[in-house]
Design a protein around this ligand. Structure first.
Ligand code: FBP
Length: 697
């Protein structure tokens, strides 16, 4: 390799066309930075105020009342125009403020626009007010690492993806010590308000910080962020207050574009099943949206799987006068059978290819796995609480962890009641990489890290094993076209109508499937010999051999993971507008003295003109949940509702999209994310469908 750049090449690099081609600034970037998202009418007003919405009520958890007394009685408040604001109101509204903002958890497209919306609103009310961004997530608050966000910084990131402006982190402000340090930082910086942009855990932290800093007059506002789409809010009567967190649309659309391309690819070279694991730590909202966007052949929805009941097993138990708990919830083995069934049916229809979408959190919905995860979480948490070291440091290798589990099964005290021989046997039967996956370190929130487990590999290994069993027993065969069969034989002057009925179970059809008893080349030849179509010693004609080879199914897979790529995508126009308005909503809540509330936009599922900026109190949404082996007061994640329109559509069209008959597949091509133009889509399909009157009972 030579070093340095030749003088001629230096001159080449200086040419304007070359400079333009290699610049970091491209037309898309310029367009995005220039784009001004639309604003809800009310947010364009000079002064806004909050109007209590008494029609929404909540079933309040007694623990929330006990732990968050200063913010528990807050109501949902709608942002409305302040009519005839007096001078005291105007002074309060427009007083000089210093507001801190933090990103918490995984990046989600649109975060920068929350900041730019907040910045524009703050500056509109008082040009001397300032926004400070905490660096690297909640650690920035704890360690007082913040930077003043100036116009240049804000303008640089308008409508762009990621959280690169101030970065993010997963630290949880979940101990009194961390809360105290955060309070000290907010006081030291003389903040009027702190804005926490995060998911369920981060909004939980926001509520506790609001409670803690109430008497200091430091307001805390949450913003619903996560590509997983599981930060949503309804009141006790099921009235939707926040239909979706921001970032979901962009990530799901980005994954859909990639999955759709695979649908096109597999139906072109017709030899692969593309297995697509998609992000979504627990809830399957992303997978559901991908199903609607692409009509992939198979999409698993965790919440649907959890809902599974084996009715035959229930009936049998009833007859025996018992309750069989094992009949509720699917097992890993059963799920692999369901997948095999679909693969076999498509193969019989001549389609030895397809696209399967698996949500990364699917294992959590499988009863037996869920039990193991809960038990292992508890064992790890118990160890960490009772010893001075950490479980993963104490038992660094799989072997040592396994040995510790074995010791627990033999013990009579401590974690012994949690882990029994049956658990140990189930765990021991799992492949090494899966055992390792189940024992990986939990994240800082104590969550099991599904994105680190090869969910698709676990399932595909089981699928492959069972497909082999099905092939060996004659139940898995590749269908071939009758026209092709006839043409191939006629070319060698062989009468297809003599051979066809001997070989195929359905010679009258257009797509032919070998008879069940023909399970190998040997049995294939035997069938022909028996009917004297080939003599005992004679070799099989080349065309017949070709037919046999074509009937042997081959399950070849390509696996893909869609997660970080879509999370880093530049926001869709929907997410740009949604988040910019969230930024304005945050300011209106702060200017009107709110705290312990989450900024949200009601009616996201409707036309933009109907969007309604609101503040939702966080504390009444919280309840007790098991975390790190103990009960904690948290904001609940919203899972896919299996009675929702969106899910019912997928369920109803599942068979159609599987397309297990000869003929074309039913793929939908959403195309890449468009920021502009007539084909740009204005909101997630899940929201569009859920916003319509239901056709279900
Ligand atoms: P948030 O809920 O924090 O927004 O993160 C969501 C997510 O992208 C999940 O879909 C995924 O399981 C997880 O983050 C991955 O975590 P990490 O970034 O730590 O690998």
């Amino acid at each position: 390799m030579t070093s340095g750049v030749a003088p001629d090449f230096k001159a080449f690099l200086k040419q304007p066309e070359v400079q333009k081609a290699i610049s970091n600034i491209n037309p898309e970037l310029r367009d995005r930075r220039r784009y001004k998202p639309s604003q809800c009418n009310v947010l364009t007003e000079a002064y806004t105020m909050l109007q209590k919405q008494e029609q929404y009520r909540f079933d309040i958890d007694p623990e929330a009342k006990k732990l968050l007394p200063k913010i528990i009685d807050k109501r949902v408040e709608k942002i409305v125009k302040a009519t005839n604001p007096g001078s005291a109101f105007k002074y309060r509204y427009g007083k000089k403020r210093k507001i801190g903002i933090v990103f918490s958890g995984g990046p989600a497209p649109g975060g920068h626009n929350v900041i730019s919306g907040l910045y524009d609103a703050v500056k509109k009310a008082n040009p001397d007010s300032e926004i400070w961004g905490f660096l690297m997530g909640p650690d920035g608050i704890i360690e007082n690492e913040a930077k003043h966000l100036t116009k240049d910084i804000i303008d640089y990131y308008r409508n762009l993806g990621g959280f690169s402006m101030i970065k993010t982190g997963r630290t949880k402000i979940d101990t009194q010590e961390k809360i105290e340090l955060s309070k000290e930082t907010c006081k030291a910086l003389e903040l009027d308000a702190l804005v926490v942009v995060g998911g369920d855990d981060s909004n939980t932290n926001a509520a506790f910080l609001a409670q803690e800093m109430y008497d200091d007059g430091i307001q805390v506002i949450g913003v619903p962020k996560t590509i997983d789409g599981d930060v949503q809010a309804k009141d006790a009567n099921g009235k939707v207050l926040c239909a979706m967190s921001f970032g979901f649309h962009t990530a799901a659309r980005s994954f859909s574009a990639a999955v759709s391309n695979l649908c096109t690819d597999c139906s072109s070279d017709v030899k692969y099943w593309h297995i697509c694991k998609v992000m979504g730590r627990s809830a399957s909202h992303i997978a559901l949206e991908i199903a609607l966007q692409t009509h992939a052949n198979i999409t698993l929805i965790g919440e649907d799987i959890a809902n599974y009941t084996d009715s035959a097993q229930v009936d049998q138990a009833e007859k025996d006068g018992k309750i069989d708990f094992r009949a509720y919830g699917i097992t890993l083995r059963h799920l692999s059978r369901v997948l095999c069934n679909a693969i076999v049916r498509r193969a019989e229809a001549g389609k030895n290819y397809g696209v399967m979408v698996i949500p990364e959190g699917v294992l959590e919905f499988i009863n037996e796995i869920q039990m193991l995860i809960i038990k292992l979480n508890t064992i790890i948490a118990l160890h960490n609480r009772t010893h001075d070291d950490d479980f993963h440091t104490a038992f660094p290798t799989l072997e040592s962890k396994f040995e510790q589990l074995r010791r627990i099964t033999r013990r009579k005290t401590g974690a012994a009641g949690i882990w029994n021989q049956q658990d140990h046997d189930l765990f021991s039967d799992m492949p090494d990489f899966f055992q390792e996956g189940l024992l990986t370190e939990r994240d800082s929130h104590g969550n099991f890290q599904f994105s680190l487990v090869k969910t698709e590999k676990v399932l595909m290994e089981m699928v492959k094993d069972y497909l082999k069993e099905l092939a060996d027993t004659g139940k898995y065969k590749q269908g071939i076209s009758k026209a092709w069969f006839r043409k191939t034989l006629i070319r060698e002057n062989i009468d297809p109508d003599l051979f066809g009925p001997v070989l195929f179970k359905n010679y009258a059809d257009d797509m032919l499937v070998l008879k069940r008893a023909i399970i190998s080349k040997k049995t294939f030849e035997l069938a022909l010999k028996k009917k004297k179509l080939i003599d005992k010693e004679g070799s099989v004609p080349a065309s017949i051999e070709k037919v046999y080879n074509k009937t042997v199914p081959k399950f070849k897979t390509q696996t893909h993971f869609y997660g970080y790529d879509g999370r880093g995508n530049a926001p869709t126009r929907f997410d740009c507008i949604y988040t910019y308005n969230l930024g304005f909503t945050v300011f209106s809540l702060i200017a009107n003295g709110a705290t312990g509330v989450m900024a949200a936009i009601r009616n996201l599922e409707k036309e933009f003109s109907e969007w309604e900026p609101i503040g939702i109190p966080i504390a009444p949404l919280m309840s007790l949940e098991e975390r790190k082996g103990k009960l904690e007061l948290v904001l609940e994640k919203t899972l896919v509702d299996v009675n929702s329109n969106a899910f019912k559509v997928v369920e109803t069209l599942r068979e159609k999209w599987l397309a297990a008959q000869p003929g074309p597949d039913q793929f939908r091509k959403p195309g890449p994310i468009r920021f502009d133009g007539a084909s740009e889509e204005n909101r997630p399909l899940t929201l569009q469908l859920n916003g319509l009157e239901s056709g279900c009972e």
